[in-house]
Design a protein around this ligand. Structure first.
Ligand code: MN
Length: 499
C-alpha cells in the first residue's frame, strides 16, 4: 500500500535586473543546465523542476505561493547565481510553508584564470549573493537546509537527495493518521503523550477505535481469502513447526492471515496509515497480532506496541522517507531488550514480543507459533529472523510535558556471537555510538524510551533536519557524544525550547 508519491522539487534561481538581459539569459541557461544534470544524475529520488529566474519581490512572492498550492511540490531549492537583494525575498519567504534548500554552489567549478574579467565576476557571484540571501533567513529565524559545494559533485547531489527525503517526511507528516485499537499500557510513562500537541506540532491525527470493531473486520474475512494468504506465507517463508501438528500449526498461522487482511481493510476503509495494539487489550481477537503486524509494517504501515502511538507515527514517517529507495535495508519498530556486557562484545539485543518488521531481515525468514508469556490468548504465529549488519539509527520521540524531544542514536548492527535457537522472535543486535556505556548513559539522561523507530536507510542528519523543520528539539547521540557536553546541551535546550 505504500506508494511513493511523485513529488517534485522546484529549482529557483535568484538574481536582479541590474545586470542586463545578456547576463540574465546566461543565468537562466546555467540554471537549466544544472537542473538537467541533476535529473540525469540518477542520484535524486525526485524530479527537479526549473523555474524562471526570480528577480523581483512580486515574482518571488508569487512563485512561493504557487509552490505552497502545488500539491506535488515538496520543497524549493534556491540558489543565488548573482546578487539578489534579500529584502525582495522577505514577503515570499514569510508566506512560504514548505521545506527549503539553500544550495550554495556556482556554475563554474574553477576560476577561469586566463580570461576572468569584471563581467565574469558580476555574472558569477554566488559567494556574494548567497551570503546576502542566507542573512535574511537568519534574520527571519527561518529553518532551511544549506548544502555547499559544486553542483555536479556526487557528494553534493547525495546531500540534495537526502534532504529531498527529509522534505517528504515533513510534507507527509501532516497526512499521517494513527489508529489506536488499544490505549497506552497502564502506568507506562514514556509512551504517553499529548495527542493535541502532536497534531499541532506534527500534523498527526491520533484516534481510538474499540478493538472489537477491528475484530469484526477480522471476523468478516472469508475462508478463501485467508487460505490464499496462508498459501502465500507458506511459499514465502520457511515453516518451523517445532514438533507441532502440521494442521494445528497452519490453523495458528491462518488466524494471523485473517488479522492481516481484516486489519488492513479496516485501516484502509477508515484511512489510517499507522496502528497501535496492546497484548492486554485484544477483545475477541484470538491471538496478539504478530505475523499480521509484521506484514503490515513491511507494507509501509507505522506500528507501535502497547498503545505507543508516537513510535507508530515515527515508523510511518521514516518508512515514507525511505520509500522507493534502491537497496533499502529496512525500517522497523524496535525495543531495547537485554544486554551483552562482555568486554569488547557489548551490545543491546533488540526485539519485541513479536512485532519486528521483516524489511530488516538478513537471510531466511521463518514462521513459528509459540506461546506468549504475557496475555491470555492462543500461541501467536510470528516471523522470526535476525537483522542485517551495518550502521543504522534508532530514534525515540518523547513528550516532556512542555515540548517534544527527538533522540537520535547512531548504532552499529552486528550478528550476535552465537545463535539463539530457543528465542522465538526476530532480533537485531547493536552497539550504540560512541560505545555501550556512554551511549546508554546519554540515552537515559535524555529520557529516551525503550521503544524506538529504527532504520538502516536514514541518517542522523536527516532525522535532525526533520526535527528542526518540525520546530522540536533534536538530541544526537553519536561518536562525538560526551556526557559532560550532553548534560549541558540538555540544560541549554531546556531554555531554548521551553514554551
Ligand atoms: Mn514494548
Amino acid at each position: 500500500m505504500l506508494k511513493a508519491k511523485k513529488y517534485t522539487f522546484w529549482f529557483c534561481t535568484g538574481s536582479q535586473d541590474l545586470y542586463g538581459d545578456e547576463c540574465l539569459a546566461h543565468v537562466a541557461e546555467h540554471a537549466r543546465q544544472i537542473v538537467e544534470e541533476l535529473n540525469r544524475s540518477g542520484r535524486l529520488p525526485f524530479e527537479v523542476v526549473w523555474k524562471p529566474t526570480l528577480i523581483t519581490s512580486e515574482l518571488i512572492r508569487r512563485t512561493f505561493n504557487e509552490a505552497n498550492m502545488d500539491e506535488s511540490c515538496a520543497g524549493v531549492i534556491t540558489w543565488m547565481h548573482t546578487f539578489s537583494p534579500a529584502k525582495s525575498w522577505i514577503l515570499g519567504l514569510q508566506e512560504y510553508r514548505k521545506p527549503l534548500l539553500h544550495l550554495h554552489t556556482q556554475f563554474n567549478r574553477e576560476i577561469p584564470y586566463a580570461t576572468i574579467d569584471m563581467d565574469f565576476m558580476n555574472e558569477n557571484q554566488s559567494a556574494h549573493g548567497d551570503r546576502e540571501y542566507g542573512h535574511i533567513f537568519s534574520r527571519l529565524g527561518m529553518e532551511r537546509k544549506v548544502v555547499v559545494g559544486y553542483w555536479a559533485d556526487a557528494d553534493v547531489q547525495e546531500k540534495i537527495a537526502a534532504w529531498m527525503r527529509t522534505a517528504v517526511g515533513v510534507i507527509e507528516s501532516s497526512h499521517i493518521r494513527v489508529m489506536r485499537i488499544a490505549d497506552n499500557m497502564r502506568n507506562v510513562a514514556v509512551t504517553e503523550g499529548d495527542k493535541v500537541e502532536a497534531q499541532l506540532t506534527f500534523g498527526w491525527e491520533v484516534d481510538a477505535y474499540p478493538v472489537n470493531e477491528a475484530a469484526e473486520a477480522v471476523a468478516a474475512v472469508s475462508e478463501s481469502d485467508i487460505n490464499a494468504l496462508v498459501d502465500e506465507y507458506y511459499d514465502t517463508y520457511q515453516i518451523l513447526t517445532e514438533g507441532r501438528d502440521a494442521a494445528e500449526f497452519r490453523r495458528h498461522v491462518a488466524v494471523q492471515a485473517g488479522i492481516e487482511i481484516g486489519l488492513e481493510r479496516f485501516l484502509e476503509e477508515k484511512n489510517y496509515q499507522a496502528i497501535v495494539t496492546h497484548f492486554g487489550d485484544l477483545g475477541v481477537l484470538k491471538q496478539l497480532p504478530g505475523l499480521a503486524i509484521q506484514r503490515l509494517m513491511e507494507k509501509g504501515y507505522g506500528f507501535g506496541a502497547e498503545g505507543d502511538w508516537k513510535t507508530a507515527a515515527m515508523v510511518r514517517v521514516m518508512k515514507l522517507m525511505t520509500s522507493g529507495m534502491k537497496d533499502a535495508k529496512g525500517t522497523s519498530f524496535m525495543e531495547d531488550y537485554t544486554y551483552n556486557l562482555v568486554a569488547g562484545k557489548e551490545g543491546i539485543l533488540e526485539a519485541h514480543m513479536l512485532e519486528v518488521c521483516p524489511t530488516i531481515a538478513d537471510g531466511p525468514v521463518t514462521i513459528k507459533a509459540q506461546p506468549l508469556s504475557m496475555g491470555n490468548r492462543e500461541d501467536p504465529a510470528r516471523l522470526v529472523f535476525t537483522a542485517k549488519e551495518g550502521p543504522a539509527i534508532a530514534t525515540s520521540l518523547i513528550d516532556l510535558g512542555d515540548r517534544f524531544r527527538l533522540i537520535i542514536n547512531s548504532v552499529n548492527c552486528k550478528k550476535t556471537e552465537k545463535p539463539m535457537p530457543k528465542l522465538p522472535v526476530a532480533t537485531a543486535f547493536w552497539t550504540p555510538e560512541p560505545n555501550l556505556k556512554v551511549g546508554a548513559e546519554a540515552w537515559i539522561l535524555a529520557g529516551g524510551a525503550h521503544h524506538t523507530a529504527f532504520s538502516y536507510d536514514l541518517t542522523a542528519e536527516q532525522m535532525g533536519d526533520w526535527a528542526d523543520a518540525m520546530g522540536i528539539e533534536a538530541v544526537y547521540i553519536d561518536k562525538d557524544t560526551t556526557i559532560r557536553q550532553l548534560k549541558n546541551e540538555l540544560r541549554w535546550n531546556q531554555a531554548v525550547y521551553r514554551k
